[in-house]
Design a protein around this ligand. Sequence first.
Ligand code: AP5
Length: 257
Amino acid sequence: MTQVHDREGWLSVTASTCPASTMQHGAPLRIVLLGAPGVGKGTQADQLSQLSGTCHLSTGDVFRMATLAACDCVSPSIREALAYMQRGELVPDATVIAILRERMQCLRCMGGFILDGFPRTVPQAQSLDKLLQEAGVKLDAVISYDMPIEQIVPRLAGRRTCSTCKAVYHVTANPPPSERQCRCGGELYQREDDRPGAICRRMEQYQESTAPLMAYYSAQGLLVSIMADGSPGDILRRTLSRLSAAIPVGLPVAPND
Ligand code: AP5
């Protein structure tokens, strides 16, 4: 299936409306991706999105887009969020929930969604339950990508992102064509929160605030745990196979590497 809608409404600093949100689809996929910082949620979300046509909605991407927006139209709630993010701290629940509420049309979207980076605390998960109820939709599954933290840190330290097209590379696992340049010609940068001090803080915050979400979603019968070792293609195949067994949505087949 090809991508039938874009993420403009999600990423917009002024929360514009996505023109495709009312298009008819087959059975839409509605999932949440959980896992420690750097485990590979964004990489998997992108691949799942390309295969299924479902939008990849990352709260981290909303904040990063706002840092690049050279205009006064960034909402006060997003402006407040950026300082927390740069220190590697979680943005306060009320701020993130307000940002999600501003983007309710993405939860109602007939194409479904892949939520990456939200929820991150139990109060955020409770708010998501309420927002989904208001939108009249339900989650199909919550995927938890698991891997020991010692193996994850090198993934974060080696990440490079394109300042133009936002492609994500890894210096050894998925190297860019040149050290500083993306294949689109854009300049590569290292995220502020991928520096050693911020990485430690993010891992601590994950253990304190995000790990309890596994019990929350397990109690709802939605949790699907997947080992995140191996290549991105291996993990994608594992994900599709586990999802096909868990939910009735017709899923595409993953390509071979
Ligand atoms: P966010 O952007 O959501 O960051 P994160 O959850 O910390 O996750 P990352 O984007 O760092 O990692 P990832 O798991 O997506 O890994 P990736 O695929 O890139 O949030 C950033 C910040 O925003 C937070 O710290 C917080 O301040 C704030 N925030 C966001 N949402 C919030 C919320 N709901 N509440 C409060 N605050 C919030 O992969 C990492 C690297 O590994 C890449 O280089 C990739 O190429 C490589 N890689 C991926 N898969 C593999 C593989 N299989 N093998 C080898 N390398 C791989």
